[in-house]
Design a protein around this ligand. Structure first.
Ligand SMILES: Nc1ncnc2c1ncn2[C@@H]1O[C@H](COP(=O)(O)OP(=O)(O)O)[C@@H](O)[C@H]1O
Ligand SMILES: [Mg+2]
Length: 272
């Protein structure tokens, strides 16, 4: 009975059911409490920003919701299902895709092939079908290629499809990672500092692309260290500091939150 409304971004979302719920998630590494009873929700069709100073627990949060680490306590509920002890590939199949803080591409494959790897993960035909090139396999192959080219186009890489990943610029490689993650047709796309190492112009350009991805109906969780950058692109922001959630709200609320301002004061601006 999900009621569909149109939020200010024009995206449709089911008000009644969050896509993802972090419920009191705690994650310890020995003596380090990387996440301390963190709870928040991600709604369908929104861009949620996850921000906080270095070491705040942002990447750990990603790792907890993509199955890299199991929470010490608490749980993650995705699309109505507790993730439990599911493995990474199982969670990926449920519909969570991510990019990494450090680029992970197949450097000796073309840009298009890198995206096709993502699309292939989604196909149902097995090795036999592929061997005999049965109709369904051929159809999926054609669909895969079409999707790959659309995603390359979306990420401003339409002209780079035939180039090896290693010959792409740093910025192009980062965008290629997003295209590859989208090729799995995820319900939730998680981006871990996708603009790291970009200059301000490139950063703004990437934020515009991320908004375009959202406007197509995708749900995005965006980790970013630079608070100013996420202000313009996110629908809602969750702020972590020392593993604890210290704020959760609309960008304009976050911007004026004394706890957030204090967390960011005295932290040197390490973007450049
Ligand atoms: N695999 C790990 N083993 C031990 N400590 C870790 C591990 N991963 C993260 N941490 C610690 O957890 C805290 C949060 O790290 P992280 O999630 O990477 O922060 P952020 O992404 O916000 O910069 C840090 O103190 C970090 O050193
Ligand atoms: Mg990190």
């Amino acid at each position: 009975m999900a009621e569909t409304t149109v939020d200010r971004a024009g995206a449709h979302r089911a008000e009644s059911a969050p896509l993802l719920q972090m419920q009191q998630v705690t994650l310890r590494f020995g003596g380090v409490v990387a996440l301390n009873e963190v709870s928040f929700e991600i709604h369908r069709g929104e861009i949620l920003g996850l921000i906080g100073p270095n070491g705040a627990g942002k990447t750990t949060c990603f790792n907890a919701l993509t199955g890299v680490y199991q929470p010490t306590s608490g749980q993650v509920v995705f699309d109505g299902q507790p993730l439990g002890r599911r493995k990474r590939y199982q969670i990926n199949r449920l519909g969570i895709a991510r990019t990494f803080q450090n680029i992970r591409l197949f450097q000796n494959m073309t840009a298009r092939e890198n995206v096709l790897v993502g699309a292939d993960a989604h196909h149902r035909t097995g090795v036999l079908n592929a061997l005999f090139r049965l109709p369904r396999h051929r159809r999926e192959e054609a669909e895969g290629h079409r999707l790959a080219d659309e995603l390359l186009e979306l990420m401003d890489l339409g002209h780079r499809g035939d180039d090896l990943a290693r010959n792409l610029s740093y910025g192009e490689q980062r965008r290629l990672e997003i295209a590859r993650a989208l090729a799995t047709k995820p319900k939730l796309l998680c981006l871990d500092e996708p603009a790291a190492g970009f200059n301000p112009v490139e950063k703004q350009r990437l934020m515009d692309l991320i908004r375009r991805v959202r406007d197509m109906g995708n749900t995005v969780l965006l980790i970013e260290h630079d608070m100013r950058l996420v202000m313009g692109v996110t629908d809602r922001i969750v702020v972590l500091e020392f593993g604890k959630k210290i704020a959760d709200g609309r960008p304009e609320q976050i911007q004026n939150d004394p706890a957030v301002i204090a967390a960011y004061l005295g932290v040197e601006d390490d973007e450049s």
